[in-house]
Design a protein around this ligand. Structure first.
Ligand code: WQD
Length: 341
């Protein structure tokens, strides 16, 4: 009997790649999305890849009635992977209450519905942002969380605590939080990928928009950091590898292999790359020269972050298989596809 899995925010960048990997593994997938930062075209992209159109319901998790009605109609759900949240760091500073309501109130409403199920296996989309600038690199799950630099980062920290405290006393909830490093790239088919609305805040979609001619010049935010070339270091992980980590985590809970009712895993490649290294790697794989200039630092940026992935490797039996070049080339192929070049 296949397990029915709900993916909230399943038409988003990471969510859509997870839906594909779940379907590849034979799961029945139901997507909930309010389309505030995605489009129904993504359903077509998923179906083109897997040949199976996921069940889709459009509503907002803050709408308690719709949420309760959904779970009354889907009481056979055995797992939930929760992506639905606002995720723009800068915007969260300007609109804290939007972030606290959308990311946390909806999490509470969702967890309350899960309490009505026979079993609730819950995977939470968290972020390495909870570590801030870690004191030691690579970063293990034992590293302390730091005071969040933004309301967005704070919602990830508070979200983890809400889940941890609930799983402690719940009779049905078992949960895993996955702390992503920097997800980049797109599915090899170029049928799904990242669709930033407006000016991309993140490095890689900005790079591909420069390369395709949509934007003039990339600003590199600072080259006076204490790193080998002065630019910030991040752990860029291919979104397909990240998606497979979600399936591994979900299976751990469905197969009752978890040793705690709440577990945390860092999901990265374990390798750090500087901004200039990303630029050079992109120029190599795309054969496109990137026009960039060094400008001042961006507020809130940390110098370096990359994961110690031992726990995910050993406990989830998962490790990243694709490298930076694979991810950048897939991002470039996706950019060309959506601009129909
Ligand atoms: C990467 C590096 C920038 C853009 C953010 C969120 C994090 C997670 C991933 C959701 C940094 C530099 C960037 C540009 C640049 N999101 N950069 N010029 O900030 O590491 O992480 O996205 O969970 O929570 O904080 O990613 O891609 O924005 O920046 O020089 O135009 O690229 O300074 O060093 P970041 P990013």
């Amino acid at each position: 009997m296949t397990s029915k899995i709900v993916v909230t925010g399943g038409l988003g960048f990471i969510g859509s790649h997870v839906v594909v990997e779940l379907q590849n593994e034979g799961f029945e997938v139901v997507v909930i999305d309010n389309l505030s930062n995605s489009s129904k075209d993504v359903l077509k992209g998923i179906t083109e890849i897997t040949g199976i159109e996921p069940i889709f319901e459009e509503f907002d998790l803050r709408d308690k009635f719709s949420l309760s009605d959904f779970f009354k109609r889907n009481s056979d759900v055995t797992g939930v992977i929760h992506f639905a949240a606002s995720k723009a760091v800068g915007e969260s500073v300007q609109l804290p209450l939007l972030y606290y309501e959308n990311n946390l109130a909806s999490l509470v409403y969702l967890l309350k519905e899960l309490e009505q199920l026979k079993e609730a296996n819950f995977i939470f989309s968290s972020s390495c942002t909870v570590y801030g600038q870690a004191d030691e690199l690579p970063i293990t799950e034992a590293a302390p969380t730091k005071v969040a630099e933004s309301p967005y980062g704070n919602t990830k920290q508070i979200g983890e605590e809400i889940i941890r405290d609930t799983a402690k006393v719940s009779k049905v909830l078992n949960a895993i939080a996955l702390r992503y490093f920097n997800p980049i790239g797109a599915h090899e088919s170029a049928n799904i990928g990242e669709l930033p609305i407006g000016t991309p805040q993140n490095l890689v979609p900005y790079i591909t928009q420069i390369a395709i001619g949509l934007r003039e010049q990339l600003s590199v935010f600072g080259d006076d950091y204490p790193t080998n070339d002065g630019t910030c270091i991040r752990d860029y992980i291919h979104v397909v590898d990240l998606a497979k980590a979600h399936v591994a985590a979900l299976k751990r809970l469905l197969e009752k292999k978890n040793t705690e009712n709440y577990e945390v895993f860092n999901i990265g490649t374990g390798k750090g790359s500087s901004v200039l290294e990303v630029i050079n790697a992109f120029e190599e794989v795309s054969n496109q020269k990137l026009n960039y200039k060094i400008v001042g630092r961006r507020a809130g940026d940390i110098t370096a972050a990359y994961a110690d992935t031992t726990k995910a490797n050993e406990v989830l039996d998962w490790k990243s298989e694709l490298n930076l070049q694979d991810a950048l080339l897939s991002a470039w192929n996706w950019e060309q596809k959506i601009r129909q070049i």
